[in-house]
Design a protein around this ligand. Sequence first.
Ligand SMILES: Cc1cc2nc3c(=O)[nH]c(=O)nc-3n(C[C@H](O)[C@H](O)[C@H](O)COP(=O)(O)O)c2cc1C
Length: 403
Amino acid sequence: MGNRSSEKPYSRKRQSDIFLGKLRGNQKKIPISFEKLRAKAKVQLPEEAFAYIAGSAGNEVTKRSNRSAFEKWEIIPRVLRNVADCNTKISLCGSTLPAPFLLAPIGVLEMAHRKADLAVSKAAAAENIPFIFSNQASVPMEKCSRAMGTSPRWFQLYWSTSDDLVESFVKRAEACNCKGIVLMFDTTMLGWRPRDLELDYLPFLRGMGIAQYTSDPVFCDLMDTNVAQADESPSITINSFRTLIQMAQNYPGGFLKNIFSDEPRKAVKTFIECYSRPSLTWENLSFLRSITDLPIFLKGILHPDDARMAVEAGMDGIIVSNHGGRQLDGAISALDALSDISQDLVATIPILFDSGIRSGSDIFKALALGADAVLLGRPYVYALAIAGEVGGKRSNQKLSGRI
Ligand SMILES: Cc1cc2nc3c(=O)[nH]c(=O)nc-3n(C[C@H](O)[C@H](O)[C@H](O)COP(=O)(O)O)c2cc1C
């Protein structure tokens, strides 16, 4: 990654920690390779949770091509270039990052670990790696921000049917000192995900992954007004009873209070009604631009024309991503899209990238193909499932160490 300062790369320290740790008899809890990481997480996670995290849309062709696109590219190293002094730092939107990656927004992290976003926030803060809070988080952004001190964080927004709710989320993100807003719009409809369909599993219906909503004053008003009525009492079966228990566990205020209350069901129903706005167009972006001065990044760009339109709409950056293949099966691999887009958009706005990053050399390839930084997704979720905060931290170190 070139000579940029006199700091030593982290990789040497990390490697010796691993080798010397073995000599000292420390057990290696978190596998090094992605495949082993995934396999270990699979053993530890409930079947539905693993299916939700690992699964993608349709026949998972796009998920596979996200990986094969990386394998198509090879690095031709140059030698004898004095790499004694180099580091992995980059500058993004005025901040210096220790490595060219951020942690992607991932919803419903409570499926991976009970401390969910809080554990990830602490792991990210320990390495000063930015964490993008998901709109579908399991822990409200205020709690995560408190745990992160001055470490950088961003907020990912899904555009709700209510502009008041959109504004409220953005204002909360500003109050949490988020460094940017990531607007995600490829999920106006949930992708067709056979693994979840086969297990009949959608976590949001159990009140999971809606903590940003249930902690929001505008959402609470919505619950009490236009969509206030919960369905007539559902007929009680073992499954519906289990769902009611889960909703009561996941809603703020305590299980005993919630189990006798309608609020958890009202929250889920309100969420379903207001979660996404399929009618969104480029014109709506001026509203977002008008309510915040934070940098806005559009996530889910795959076409060079859309990248150009993002610049014209005054956006501050784009994230080339196909959501890890979770939305549209058959969509172009994110890496192929990146090389098309970056040739077109040379250095006008920052280009971030995700979908398929599994190692430091993947990051290198994405940067070589025009990304300014990348987002890490599933690998940190598997590490979280295996070892909570420590796992998240190790997966960050592993990548910083390998670039
Ligand atoms: C379980 C899971 C949940 C996700 N939730 C969100 C989300 O709430 N918001 C979002 O913008 N992207 C979400 N994503 C997509 C990620 O931000 C990222 O684009 C994707 O994980 C990249 O693919 P990869 O993990 O295969 O590298 C999710 C991905 C997974 C695997």
